[in-house]
Write a protein that binds this ligand. Sequence first.
Ligand code: IPE
Ligand code: IPE
Ligand code: MG
Length: 240
Amino acid sequence: MIKDMRIPNHVAIILDGNGRWAKSKGMPRNYGHTKGSKNLEIICEEAYKMGIEYLTVYAFSTENWNRSEDEVSALMKLLRNYMKTALKTAVKNNMKIRILGDISRLDQDLQDSIKNLVQKTAEHTGLKFQIAINYGGRDEIIRGIKHLAKDIKEERLQAEDINEDIFSNYLDTTGLPDPDLLIRTSGEMRLSNFLLWQLAYTEFYFADVHWPDFNKQELEQAIEKYNLRDRRFGGVREEK
Ligand code: IPE
Ligand code: IPE
Ligand code: MG
């Protein structure tokens, strides 16, 4: 890795290509998801070692419910297991875990283990790790607007006072800095409804490899490419 590289403070990743990875090996899609979830643990550790402070990953979208029943139930089973291992890893590595998305659609036991994980890691000071589950950028904005409308109706907020900062507080990401770098694996170049508000000025990087093959070297390469970018915010250069 290049010496004295600028490490992005917040990296967001669209974990894509588990299915294609498995298919290329003649295996069922769910095998790709299992490998993908193992890879997530490895990348979390690597990201933190590199000095990344915030890592946010897209694990299950509001649109992913439309996949086959078999695949959705395999993904939910994997999430269940992941919550258990994540608790151990988070305690070991001092990670603070937060969930983005509407978890009320998940089974009660999964909601309970998510709440437990978030609560048990709330005081941790290491990597801030956000997992987006049943997350959609449009859904997040609509839920935020509903909440905001309620606050106006019940006179906790005046409509004239709404601004970007106040609206941000109604999103799932409240309190988090916007991502500096977004990575999507597997060659697809779209957002698929991820962090629509928060990615306004983020740099994008698209990796050709499928998520289970996205390793430390790939992450370093993404950061190297990020370092070659001349970040601008409305024509104004970023202070280095
Ligand atoms: C990403 O891999 C994981 C989830 C969206 C849950 P995919 O399942 O989208 O794999 P591909 O894109 O079909 O190969
Ligand atoms: C985006 O990937 C969602 C997640 C990675 C969780 P998809 O594979 O679902 O998105 P599309 O269908 O290719 O846009
Ligand atoms: Mg996909």
